[in-house]
Design a binder for this molecule. Sequence first.
Ligand SMILES: [Zn+2]
Ligand SMILES: [Zn+2]
Ligand SMILES: [Zn+2]
Length: 282
Amino acid sequence: MPFFENRLLFLGTGTSTGVPVLGCNCRVCRSEDPHDKRSRVSVLLKTRCLPDPAEKNASPTNWNYVLIDTSIDLRAQFFRAGTPLVNQVVYTHAHVDHFFGLDELRVIQYYLQGPIHIYCSEEVHHRLEVVYAHIFDPYVQKGGGILSVEVHPAEGRFRAGAMELLTLPVFHGGQPVQGYRWGGLAYITDCSHIPDSTLELLEGVEVLVLDALRHKSHETHFNLDQALAVVECLKPRQTWFIHMTHDLQHAETNAGLPEGVELSYDGLEIELSSFDPSKWVL
Ligand SMILES: [Zn+2]
Ligand SMILES: [Zn+2]
Ligand SMILES: [Zn+2]
């Protein structure tokens, strides 16, 4: 029986400005705790197959990756993560903080010698063609330095490389955006409302990653209390909050959170339960 090692790496956990905020002199922006340094939100899903211990001389497979969002800080995040060779990208939505790092994958494409596969909603596909016009423009010379992509729909359950993901439709203010479920994990960033039909898709979630912007309420994001109300309703084993502003000092905020709920931080890597990455059931 193969054992799947499934992991989640938090590449970035900060709001759209990042923390520290340029020009801000508040105590969180001045904090020397590395947990208070937050680059723009993105995570890397990782999976590999470990052989049956009974099989002698067998070794694990290479890591397979899916990147959720291409943060504007992608280059620095990939240095820190040891340059993962990622060619599968899934988008939640097309806001600048989550979207403007795509071109940095040109170098990865050079190593892998193939296109970057992108999975997204129709709206994000449209934004890709607008923002990255040079990639789609037939008059721009191909090859050389131009990123090559293949865009696929991210609807319902879909396959991205070695992983099967389930789309979680949620709202970011009035805008529909997408979270994703992978086995026992649910990842929901930039969210201020989860419809009932999506709450049903979240049943049995073990590890929840959720937007929790700050203490004060906000039009398009859950604040800390609203995010805690979602946790109370879903009761996951562990919750990691993301997309925090400089309102939330890491250690101080964590000290006030219930058991099993913590602020995440850049560089944190967690192990998920062992499920088949491409054939998991709810
Ligand atoms: Zn955002
Ligand atoms: Zn500040
Ligand atoms: Zn957003």
